[in-house]
Ligand binder design. Structure first.
Ligand SMILES: [Zn+2]
Length: 84
């Protein structure tokens, strides 16, 4: 069976392929991980749950990092383009 992950926006558990992975990259910050294989701490969320996750500060909490809001916004912009 496909590995299950919990969406940090809505807390629903789902197969990895239905979720988008965000990873923490040293020297960069939060990055979208389309292949879901970047090393280090990552978190998963539904594309539709991005706004909820941002509003709740769920990304920084899940990654255990202090996330720069501007940098995170840029990363999420990548996310929006990557799911087109
Ligand atoms: Zn969700």
């Amino acid at each position: 069976m496909e590995p299950q992950r919990t969406c940090i926006g809505c807390r629903v558990t789902e197969g990895k392929s239905g979720l988008v992975r965000l990873a923490w990259v040293d020297g960069v910050g939060v990055a979208v991980d389309p292949e879901q294989r970047l090393p280090g701490r990552g978190c998963y969320l539904h594309p539709a749950c991005v706004e909820t996750a941002l509003r709740r500060g769920a990304v920084g909490r899940a990654l255990r990092r202090v996330v720069d809001r501007g940098q995170l916004a840029d990363a999420v912009m990548d996310l929006t383009t990557s799911i087109e």
